[in-house]
Design a protein around this ligand. Structure first.
Ligand SMILES: [Zn+2]
Length: 108
C-alpha cells in the first residue's frame, strides 16, 4: 500500500480518510517561439507578409529543445502532496510571499 504524507506539515494521509491534494509546479524559461507547433506555420507565414520583420525570433530559442533545457536545469517540475489544511493554506499564498515578507521583517 502506498502511503502519502503532506509535504508541508508532514501529516500522514490515509487513503480512506484524507483527501489528498497534488500541487504540480513547472518552471521553465519563457520563450514564446517554443509554443509554436507545425500546425501554426501557415498562420505565421501570413503574419510575416504583413510586417517587414521576418520571423526575428530570439536567437536563444533556436537552441532550446526540451532535453537541452533539462540538462541546463532550466526546466524543473515539482510535485507536492498536501493535506486539506495545507491545501487551503497553499491556495491563499502559492508563492509563500507572506512568508518571505515575514522573514524579511524579522531580519530588520
Ligand atoms: Zn499538511
Amino acid at each position: 500500500m502506498v502511503h502519502y504524507t503532506c509535504d508541508m506539515c508532514g501529516k500522514q494521509l490515509l487513503p480512506d480518510e484524507d483527501i489528498r491534494y497534488v500541487v504540480k509546479i513547472e518552471v521553465y524559461t519563457a520563450c514564446d517561439a517554443m509554443e509554436m507547433d507545425d500546425d501554426m506555420d501557415e498562420e505565421i507565414e501570413e503574419m510575416e507578409e504583413e510586417g517587414e520583420d521576418d520571423g526575428d525570433a530570439c536567437d536563444a530559442c533556436d537552441a532550446a529543445d526540451p532535453a537541452e533545457m533539462l540538462e541546463n536545469g532550466e526546466y524543473k517540475t515539482f510535485r507536492f502532496d498536501l493535506c486539506t489544511k495545507c491545501h487551503e493554506k497553499y491556495l491563499q499564498d502559492p508563492l509563500f510571499l507572506k512568508l518571505w515578507n515575514r522573514t524579511r521583517f524579522s531580519e530588520n
